[in-house]
Ligand binder design. Structure first.
Ligand code: NAG
Ligand code: NAG
Ligand code: NAG
Ligand code: ZN
Length: 302
């Protein structure tokens, strides 16, 4: 054929075959830990659901996905906040039913063992790929925060987490430590240093916002105290010996633009279907109170 000896033709097609397979289909061997993250892969690491309310629900630690292309972290807190994605979805669903409008939802689809997006970048990851995941998550969340701010002038971000502290309470984080919450300082002062400082500056009497009858803790326990919340009128501060999370990187970073509350849900409620339902219902009741009271005075924008 065309004067090319068949032995050479065979060699040529073999060469061509090898060349094609390498250009189009990276083999298992080329997908090493140093492989770059493709744009499609990066996009899939974060779920964004657009909303029509001045409310963002973020879930940074719920995923159990361990992509083989990303190295595991070797230090820091590595355990997932199990079932928090389910809680986030249920809360979103209940709010949507109530308002006929959805909150914004931002979910990380990569396990905390790979990257912790509620930590500053230097403590969040140990590889270039997971660094890009961290950056992508905060790109998406920052844009969502900016969108809500621009559209509504203000808004609330609920950062949903899970803990296994023995008190079994929902812990609300306002960037005020356990010691600060137990101090004798007046709440009208404390709230100015909290992650609700923006809301506080809009109110004439902001002193009920943290644990008075204008607080999320109050509204979550109102008429049904089957879920205990701290801080709240019933539990104004954590006990001295108790563990309590007061808010991490996300609360710290975004509270200068929106109001932020870190919501730490207890394991006892998360690990059963009934518990998650109860928890989501209490959270929805509290969130609806907050939205009606402070964020939706101009309902015509809905
Ligand atoms: C991922 O890509 C799709 C399609 O282009 C887009 O609609 C979606 O908003 C992207 N997700 C994120 C989190 O940016
Ligand atoms: C990462 O950690 C998980 C869970 O411990 C383990 O199953 C997996 O083999 C590890 N992957 C790598 C690449 O080390
Ligand atoms: C909270 O209590 C004050 C004073 O008792 C009352 O004026 C106010 O209406 C109450 N607010 C709510 C949301 O119940
Ligand atoms: Zn968490």
């Amino acid at each position: 054929m065309w004067g090319i000896p068949s032995k050479h033709l065979l060699l040529l097609s073999l060469l061509l075959f090898i060349l094609l397979s390498y250009t189009h289909y990276p083999s298992a061997e080329t997908t090493t830990h140093d492989a770059p993250l493709m744009e499609d892969d990066l996009n899939a690491t974060v779920t964004l659901m657009e909303g029509q309310l001045p409310l963002i629900i973020s879930v940074p630690h719920g995923s159990l996905q361990l992509p083989a292309t990303m190295p595991n972290r070797t230090s820091g807190q590595l355990i997932a906040d199990a079932y928090t994605i389910s809680v986030g979805h249920q809360l979103s669903h209940l709010l949507q039913q109530h308002y006929n409008a959805a909150p914004y939802v931002v979910i990380l689809n990569v396990a905390r063992r790979k990257v912790d997006v509620n930590r500053p970048l230097d403590q969040a990851c140990e590889s270039p790929q997971t660094r890009r995941v961290w950056e992508h998550y905060h790109d998406v969340l920052q844009k969502t925060v900016d969108t809500v701010k621009k559209k509504y002038g203000h808004g609330l971000l609920l950062d949903i987490h899970g803990q296994a502290h023995k008190e079994g309470m929902v812990e609300l984080g306002y960037l005020l430590t356990s010691d600060t919450l137990r101090s004798k300082t007046d709440d009208s002062k404390l709230v100015q240093h909290s992650s609700l400082r923006s809301l506080a500056s809009r109110l004439e009497t902001p002193d009920t916002l943290l644990r008075g009858n204008g607080s999320l803790g109050y509204a979550m326990m109102k008429g049904d105290d089957s879920v205990q919340v701290v801080p709240s009128p019933a539990h104004p501060a954590p006990r001295k010996e108790s563990l309590y999370f007061f808010g991490g990187y996300t609360t710290e970073r975004y509270h200068t633009t929106l109001d932020v509350i870190q919501v730490e849900t207890p394991k006892a409620l998360r690990f059963s279907k009934e518990g998650r339902k109860l928890l989501s219902n209490r959270l929805a009741q509290g969130t609806i109170f907050m939205l009606d009271q402070y964020y939706l005075s101009d309902k015509s924008k809905l």
